[in-house]
Ligand binder design. Sequence first.
Ligand code: XIL
Length: 472
Amino acid sequence: MLHNRQRRRALIAGAVTLATAALGIGLSTQFAGAQATTLRAAADAIGKDIGVAVDVNKLQSNTQYRNTIAAEFNSVTAENAMKWDATEPQDGNYTFSQADTLVNFAEDNGQSVHGHTFVWHAQTPSWVQGLNATAMRSAMVDHINTVANRYEGRVDSWDVVNEVVSDNNGAMRDSFWLRTMGEGYITTAFQTARAADPNADLYINDYSIEGDNAKSDTIYRLAQGLKSQNILDGVGFQSHLILGQVPSTMEANLQRFVDLGLKVRITELDIRLNTPADANELAQQAEDYRRVTEICAELADCSGITVWGLRDNDSWVPGTFPGTGAALLFNDDFSKKPAYTSTLNALGGGGTGEPTTTPATTDPATSTPPPGDGCTATLSVQSPWNTGATYSATVKANQALTGWRVTWTWPGSERISNAWSVTGTLTGATVTGANAAYNGTLAAGQSTTFGFNITKNDGSTASVPTVTCTPA
Ligand code: XIL
């Protein structure tokens, strides 16, 4: 069975060929050299995952949170919803509603899923922790089989074990797993996961292993053993980093795991600082994000980067490391931080990633529009997948405007599922959109953007209809 990621990549490759042959400039320029303006489009173009840890409650309650995750990321991970305490709170009593919501969302939006996590010392119910060795082994096997089987073909990769090494000079972590089952619990977990979903990539995941140190040496030893049994595919480097402290040995350290024939992945990236942040710190943070992203972008076997939360106020950091925070790519109001731009650039994307509101031209000859042609609007496909696509739309004012209207009709089964920076009647075959409260006023020559996702019922190339734009 093709996993989401493989399916998405195959379709993108197909869509590029078709688009350049048959379609208008929207889609072809996106892939023929124009720089991507979302993290997602930039990561798609270089075949990497750009992921985000998702809070499923916010996904259900906050439209802008949902839309931003759909538009900016091609991969998602459950911040908590796939952990043992969420999926099997009592022995044999499985609860998948939150995890299902996330996997359905990923499928609707053409995103891959990196699963987190089967075996961990934290967020595992006490009923597991009190079992004897035989019972604990069967609880683990049952748990992995049940969760991995449920999402087979829909979750692309799993953190099979999490944080199994301690911070004490590379010793194994003294967890209930180790105390009850011995070090073999790790092998059991990987063997079970491999058998349950042979096509999923299996990762060992940990923190403070980004640089070359005693802890990453232990992970290296474990990885060698698991790889030699063909039950490990990759190493996840959580990368909960501190401002200005990207390890100087990070690139070489990741490379030594690649040299074992493994993938590497940045699985939980955040870069914390002492709050409140000043402009210099945000600039340093942008440099740190750039460096980490470059390391992954330049390593063919780095599958991608997941940031551990969307906005600074979504992050676990302030609650865990008091006095620190501001660790992510988006501000609390969803505006983009300098680290967003540097990450976009390091993925090969262009500009600031800000919605383009270009300055009005100063040339009176070009700033006088033909009468009756108050604005023009164009659509372009940012990320196509089998049953949908993300679009970006640009509205350009040819005269000073205090509002605009756009309309077009889909030629086929395309329908808008969600949209941002635009209002109106959007979900039918004929779309009638209008400016949002904040992007209707444009000087002559200025432009603004909005975006949306569509669903469609087949694998055909996403259409780029002609848009009629009128002043309002
Ligand atoms: C954190 C979540 O972000 C929090 O919401 C939760 O309360 C605790 O766990 N390493 C991991 C993640 O592997 O699962 C942790 O996530 C952060 C540290």
